[in-house]
Write a protein that binds this ligand. Structure first.
Ligand SMILES: [Zn+2]
Length: 327
């Protein structure tokens, strides 16, 4: 009974959040929005680790720099879920822009007005040659698909077909990519396909100081033609945590270790950054492919993992080579 009441209450909270809708241009004044093309950086040291907890209620904050530490929800709601866009941003012409990499090789703000004309018509190709800032090829048994990091699209491939663009790929955890960002991307993609409308979309990686790995990303989205309609439209402003439950990340370098263990003392190379062959694994079928195999290019995002290394290692781990591309 108690939990029923609680879930009713949280539903009401969610509803009120949705119904309060997008007073996008209501205030007129400048907000603390992410409107520059530089990546957002904070000066406080990043000491956040990610305890695994239940009851993942999203936190709330006024700006991406004030989000509470991760406590189990892959995202937090920012600015009452209202994007920081202003009137000048509104357009029904599709476009996309990517900030140049900064001096540290980090991605900045990417922004797009997503319409059906930008959406990909071709299967995606290989991105294994892009090495985002802070990149490490590291594996943990507690991570689904084993690899801690994905080359994580800021604007998802399914939205604009932007694939091996170094200005659109950051070092992101599997958890941020699949549990955090993908549901929001899916929502936007479904809406655009269904309505033919446009969605204004901005993704801002948030870094602390000179860290090479982002603490998280801010995603803002607003459906233009229906003005972010609270029932049928798209309107959200969320911060997605770049964390992986059970693993502690050194955001300065991209180094990582199991949260149950002490951090490594010496600067140990993680061994797998050496060159090898790039393979694509289907974690659903446990088959592996060469990157340009037609079966590799059609693997769903949530089942897709990239591997750089030896074929023998993959076979030793129980993966089977594809019979078509014969990797
Ligand atoms: Zn294949």
């Amino acid at each position: 009974m108690r939990s029923r009441l609680l879930s009713v209450l949280s539903l009401l909270l969610l509803l009120s959040l949705l119904l309060s809708g997008c007073g996008l241009l209501g205030e007129g004044g400048d907000t603390t929005g992410a409107t520059t093309t530089a990546p957002v950086t904070t000066t406080a040291p990043a000491t956040t680790t990610a305890p695994v907890t239940t009851a993942p209620t999203p936190g709330e904050a006024a700006s991406p720099l004030e989000v509470p530490p991760y406590t189990g929800s892959p995202y937090a709601i920012v600015n009452h879920n209202v994007p920081f866009f202003d009137e000048d941003d509104l357009t029904v012409e599709s476009y996309e822009t990517f900030a140049p990499l900064d001096a540290l090789g980090r991605c900045g703000v990417v922004m797009a007005c997503i319409g059906t004309d930008l959406m990909p018509t071709e299967e995606r190709g290989s991105i294994g040659m892009v090495k985002p800032s802070g990149w490490h090829t590291v594996k943990y048994d507690i991570v689904s698909s084993k690899y801690l990091y994905n080359r994580c699209h800021l604007i998802g491939f399914q939205l604009t077909g932007e694939n091996a663009n170094e200005r659109n790929l950051i070092t992101g955890t599997r958890y941020m990519n699949v549990d955090g960002m993908l549901p929001f991307e899916d929502m936007v993609a479904a809406y655009v396909k269904e309505t033919g409308n446009h969605v204004l979309y901005r993704v801002t990686p948030v870094y602390t100081g000179d860290n090479l790995v982002a603490n998280g990303v801010l995603i803002e989205a607003y459906s233009v033609e229906d003005e972010g309609d609270s029932i049928d439209g798209i309107c959200f402003n969320v911060y997605i945590y770049n964390v992986q439950p059970g693993i502690t990340i050194d955001y300065a370098t991209g180094g990582s270790w199991l949260s149950t263990e002490a951090p490594p003392t010496a600067e140990e190379p993680d061994g797998e950054d050496t060159a090898g062959t790039a393979y694509v694994i289907n974690t659903n079928t446990d088959k592996f492919h060469l990157e340009d195999c037609r079966y590799a290019t059609s693997i769903k995002e949530e089942n897709r993992a990239e591997f750089l290394g030896d074929r023998a290692d993959l076979i030793a781990e129980g993966y089977t080579p594809c019979l078509t591309c014969k990797p």
